[in-house]
Design a protein around this ligand. Structure first.
Ligand code: SAM
Length: 276
């Protein structure tokens, strides 16, 4: 194959390869290898430690599906926390909810924010919104010192390796429980059922021991490992399955819809068995 190709190995024996037109920026930050590349198929793309984080073409799926199910379930999500999410995509989606008075982003690597603003402006554009507070720091430490503060918490972290490893431990979910208000809820991206079933089972077991209501849903993200991505929720009071789709306002989205809200929680059998 002529030209330059980036390959992400998703297991030892399987991966995807993407044609790269040019490298826009590359550096070893304090936390990870950061590459921003222009790809033929998916536009500009952020890679961290050789893993696809987000791309201009398919980013809307992930960012809409992290933000809207929870924000359409909690009746009054005034204070929202995003752990990770330095590309700004989840923040952009949160800003579509007028009930949100303040969204706090805690991203450990300031370089992700800097280069997302420079090369992914359509994703990072709301990071300067006056309703947004950006903190460069460790989400785990932020959660530990935040008690009874947030209505909704969204964990938009990298894979459970490197700086994000603590964000998949039971203690972190316990910390989230304590950082949430009495009727709060959280959602976390929890990788894919094809290659990370053990992680999904572990997270499901942990959050079931901590939260009275737990739910899981999937979405199709072509540039993520296997293309099937999973999200898990823990809630103290509100159940996403009890939301009447007719009460969900239509917003400017390209993947999520009020009709898809409930449907997303209907899992394929092999995935359902993982979170039972
Ligand atoms: N959508 C991507 C995925 O599913 O892998 C995640 C995108 S976002 C770029 C992930 C962010 O989590 C990265 O910018 C990374 O620096 C950040 N991160 C990793 N560990 C963190 C921690 N302990 N505290 C705060 N942010 C962290």
């Amino acid at each position: 194959m002529a030209g330059l190709w980036f390959t992400e190995k998703q297991t030892e024996n399987f991966g995807i390869t993407i044609k790269v037109n040019k490298t826009l920026h590359t550096e070893q930050t304090e936390f990870q290898k950061l590459d921003m590349v222009e790809t033929e198929e998916f536009g500009n793309m952020l890679l961290l430690d050789g893993m696809v984080m987000t791309s201009q073409v398919d980013e809307f799926v992930y960012h809409e599906m992290v933000a809207h199910p929870a924000l359409n379930t909690h009746p009054n999500p005034e204070h929202v926390l995003v752990v990770g999410g330095g590309d700004g995509g989840v923040i952009r989606e949160i800003m579509k909810h007028e009930k949100v008075k303040k969204a706090t982003l805690v991203e450990i690597d300031g370089k992700v924010i800097e280069y997302s603003k420079q090369y992914l402006p359509s994703i990072a554009g709301e990071l300067d919104n006056p309703r947004v507070e950006v903190i460069v720091g460790d989400g785990f430490m932020h959660i530990v010192k935040s008690k009874n503060q947030y209505d909704v918490i969204m964990v938009d972290s990298t894979e459970p390796v490197g700086p994000a490893a603590p964000l998949f431990e039971r203690g972190f979910y316990q910390g989230i429980y304590e950082a949430l208000k009495e009727d709060g809820m959280f959602v976390a991206q929890t990788d894919n059922p094809w290659f990370k079933s053990d992680l999904i089972r572990k997270v499901s077991k942990d959050i079931k021991e901590i939260f009275p209501i737990t739910r899981a849903y999937v979405a199709n993200i072509p540039t993520y490992p296997s293309g099937m991505w999973m999200f898990q929720m823990g809630s103290k009071k509100y159940d996403p399955l009890e939301v009447d789709a007719a009460s969900i306002p239509e917003r400017e989205t390209k993947y999520y819809t009020p009709r898809l809200h409930g449907a997303a929680f209907v899992l394929p059998k092999f995935v359902e068995d993982m979170v039972k």
